[in-house]
Design a protein around this ligand. Structure first.
Ligand code: ADP
Ligand code: 5GP
Length: 204
């Protein structure tokens, strides 16, 4: 059985990392796809943990060699999903999470139409800005670029299958977990059960 490919997007400061971390801790069975990026690490970020921090030349080389499943630019930096680990985990039936921006999400939709897509946002744009500022990890100039890029993210909101409001963190975590549970229960994800019971109508 192929695993579940979960794509999460949203404005900067929405709480994507926070909600994903909590859901992953709660479930314990999800693989977070570590992206490659040309953005410099924030204090506390470690190479290979949050991201693979690489140079623009290294990024271009990975892209040329077809090593990235998708790529996107956000607020002046490039980001991309290494293809091999995602495909490997999916083929083992695991749940894989991508935290990516909307142009990358569009590429994933095209290449993996079975992907489940989620847009996460606080109920107001102002709140995302407040959180971005209170995170305290970016200079004002970078914040301005991120706010502009986040505007573009909101313009793609209708392309997503689920919208999760992250006002209460607890509720957002519950909702994302519920989406995953429901998606795992989809009939088409359970072909073994199908084949075991397919002939029963004739037997009974
Ligand atoms: P993103 O990954 O979407 O850019 P983060 O997960 O880094 O966002 O969250 C941005 C800031 O908002 C962090 O300081 C985080 O602790 C805070 N935050 C996340 N979710 C909530 C929430 N539901 N209520 C209040 N603050 C939140
Ligand atoms: P941040 O710099 O705040 O970690 O991420 C900025 C934006 O880049 C977020 O919208 C995040 O979802 C997106 N992003 C992170 N990794 C990838 C990736 O591999 N591909 C794409 N397209 N976007 C990514």
């Amino acid at each position: 059985m192929a695993g579940l490919l979960l794509v999460v997007s949203g404005p900067s400061g929405a709480g994507k990392s926070t909600v994903l971390k909590a859901v992953m801790e709660k479930r314990g069975d999800m693989f977070f796809s570590v992206s490659a990026t040309t953005r410099p690490p924030r204090p506390g970020e470690t190479d290979g943990c949050e991201y693979y921090f690489i140079s623009p030349a290294e990024f271009a080389k990975m892209q040329e060699e077809g090593l990235l499943l998708e790529t996107g630019e956000f607020a002046g930096n490039w980001y991309g999903t290494p293809r091999a680990p995602v495909m490997e985990r999916l083929s083992r039936g695991e749940t894989v999470v991508l935290d990516i921006e909307s142009a990358g999400a569009a590429q994933v939709r095209e290449r993996c139409p079975e992907a489940v897509t989620v847009f996460l946002t606080p109920s107001s744009e102002d709140e995302a800005e407040r959180r971005l500022r209170s995170r305290g990890t970016e200079a004002e100039e970078v914040i301005q670029r991120r706010l502009l890029a986040s505007r573009k993210e909101y313009m793609e909101i209708d392309q997503y299958q689920y919208i999760i409001i992250n006002d209460s963190l607890e509720e957002a975590v519950l909702t994302l977990d519920a989406v995953i549970l429901a998606e795992m229960a989809r009939a088409e994800r359970n072909p073994r059960l199908f084949s075991r019971y397919r002939n029963l109508r004739q037997i009974w």
